[in-house]
Write a protein that binds this ligand. Sequence first.
Ligand SMILES: C[S@@+](CC[C@H](N)C(=O)[O-])C[C@H]1O[C@@H](n2cnc3c(N)ncnc32)[C@H](O)[C@@H]1O
Length: 563
Amino acid sequence: MMNQLILGDCLEVLKKLDSESVDLIYLDPPFFSNRNYEVIWGDKGEVRSFEDRWSGGVEHYISWLKERVEQMHRVLKPTGSIFLHCDWHANAYIRVFVLDKVFSPQNFRNEIIWKRADTIKGNFGQNKKTFDSNADTLFFYTKNGDYTFEELYKPYSEKYLENFYKHTEPETGRIYRLISMIGPGGAAKGNPFYEVMGISRYWRYSEAKMKVLIEKGFVIQTRKGAVPQRKQYLDEGKGVALQSIWDDISALSATSKERIGYPTQKPESLLERIIQCVTREGDSVLDPFIGGGTTVAVADRLNRQWIGIDSSVAAIKVTEMRLQKKQTDIFAKPFSVQLHKYDYDTLRYKDAFEFEKFIVQQFGGISNAKQRGDLGLDGKTQDGIPIQVKRSDAIGRNVIDNFQSACKRYWGIQSRDFELQNKTYGIIIAFSFGKGAIEEVARLKNQDGVIIELKKVDEIIPIEKKPVLALKFNDLGLDAKNQREIEFIATAESNSGIEFFNWDFHYLAEKGFQADIMLDKGGKQSQKFKAGTYVIAVKVVDNDGLENIEVMTLKINGVVSSH
Ligand SMILES: C[S@@+](CC[C@H](N)C(=O)[O-])C[C@H]1O[C@@H](n2cnc3c(N)ncnc32)[C@H](O)[C@@H]1O
């Protein structure tokens, strides 16, 4: 059930996840602000959600969020943590009315302030009477008092080094600071009392350990009569334990390589820090508002299992492409994408066993654990009626006859006194059924009272045609550097409407589609090429998340030709 991208309102999806099944939830919900900077993708799923939470002001937003956070609390393991990312618009309400209520104030761990940037492009006008707002809030809560936590460190600042690490060992060049060896709490805490370099005190170390430290040259007396101190080398220090103000991670710049093209994308280093702090390898991470996929991209890289949910098709598809692009090596971990519609080709050419299992489960039945066995049947209903799934169209008479024999054996094993009359003998699921099959089913019923039900795949799951796509090019001629500029125009049609186009200008079939440009709404791109052969691929995504790909090979050598 892990490594999944799921399209849908996270409330509905969360309800279907098992209780106490994830180690970390990071959520960056849509803020409570106004439409101008809140609607990111603009597709149906996202806009519907926007209208859902905006209509009644902040109270409405809070109850919208609380309902979802309650589900998150349920799916979190007893040792798990949650990080809720928000900003000044609603952070006060969220802490008091959502997190304290659902997780309880005892389980509040930190309010982290993430300083996004040093400079703000903003209002420098004469009427400006507020401070620039350059921070987000991350609320860290846990489910209980016992939770995974790995202390993280950041490098010492210049100022810190200047103030503390003032000494250099002449013989080695190692930089060190001096730290106190006085035993805190004196005799009451059991510290030993003895003399070191003429100074008697309660010390932190036993006399034997002190002797070793002195022999190694770690103990220094800066002048006669001063209390001896111990050297702490800079190259042995871990850095400064991370505090609750995070000012060392910048928001993504407009030109960052990580950017996939929308405003609220969070930097990978932020997620890296959170995931490393409260999970271990193999643990699971859930992001119910996955957006551009930052959380799952990082979780995957850090060998955590993951689930990402979003109500926007664009978000799910962009995340899918981002993962495909990252996962180019042979160790890539497989993942699945759950949309609301399925396209015929993808289903039909899926692995046969996977397909049978999936259809039986979607039908509400119990699938066979193994591919072979159970008399060639693929599963059964909750009431024990056998099911066979066929990945083909226009099923013929012989399939019905073979199935009837399999059912006969099945019922013989299950119970000797099976009542034929008015009871379903078995169910066959296929894309469509031929005339022969339909006649045979009728004959069996009339002659022998054997009832075999025929179900079409599209009665169980919604099937749609994938979008139709065409790709053309125009030669725009040579530029001053003798490079040829080519304009590419993709046109597409789909019942649900076209969402966006993605381009791979160095397509290699064995590597799969690796988007160079994502989220192109218009389907038009131009690129410059030197003489050579190029394989260009364009992928279209429609409003159901179904996709199609078109590949063109261009030969550029004085003239341009394609095939
Ligand atoms: C602020 S963005 C998340 C950005 C993400 N952290 C990133 O780094 O890319 C919020 C996301 O929540 C999604 N969303 C809005 N309402 C939702 C709902 N009810 N269920 C699931 N996702 C929803 C939006 O489509 C949007 O992608």
